[in-house]
Design a protein around this ligand. Sequence first.
Ligand SMILES: [Zn+2]
Length: 313
Amino acid sequence: MEYCFGVDIGGTTVKFGLFSQKEGLLEKWEIPTKKGSEPTPLLKDIKVSIEECLSKNGLKKEDLAGIGMAAPGPVTEDGCLRGTVNIGWGDVFLGKKAEKLIGVSPVYIGNDARVAALGEYTFGAGKEVSSLLMVTLGTGVGGGVILNGKILSGASGTAGEIGHITMNLDELEQCNCGKKGCLEQYASAPGMVRVAQKALMNTDKPSVLRNIEVLTAKKLWDAAKKGDALARELTEYISKILGVAIANACYIVDPEMIVLGGGVSQAGVFLLDMVQRAYVENVFPHCRDKKFALAKLLNDAGIYGAAAMVFKQ
Ligand SMILES: [Zn+2]
């Protein structure tokens, strides 16, 4: 019983990891995500993939302590995945369904951002702390809170959903969630591009950003690092919104550490320092002294966190 699978179900690919309790990650691979109105076809693909890996490694289902799964939707404490916008499923008890279909039990299920936070907490940037808030800056802004080793799910499975904290009551454009003024509209990769494009239209300040054909968040941060004044002003503005949102979250959960992850966080220490400065300048004095760190596991945080759900039991 010293093995488990960590499975991270995303909108385009499903990532797998075979883990041993002693040696950690042994093998990882991915398959395309089969979308549809319900999860059975995808769970069948997962079953085939897992069985192939077991037989290749001379293992049996009896050798597994279980399977951990991360999925892109809110998950309640009792294991209900409440709709996945990117894949098309409605409410489903995915763990129970997977146990029956795959023939392995138990199967634990968690929200992808929360599970990634558990991965960083157990194996990555947060190994030395007792609680953390992870903020994932990617296509959207995800979030997860780990308190004393446990994912904080909340009554409706949405605890930690920091991307949809309202940061601007006067925003006119709509967020993907239907609200207006969400953090995600400013601090996700497309959100940052949106902020930059608006600024380029509204000022005549010179900037290298004007010469870029397809502006991306990475190009914005690269320009700021190289000293472009407008890019610097924009990244400071975005960092302030992020710092304030993190401060707001800290009043509720007061974690020991903040971890920044997701593709945009690869702007590195430059971004981390800017967000931390904005946090310190905008937070209640008693909360100032927090550790800030960059995520270490990058794209593997989901499979690591999924494995941690199994091995922690
Ligand atoms: Zn939103």
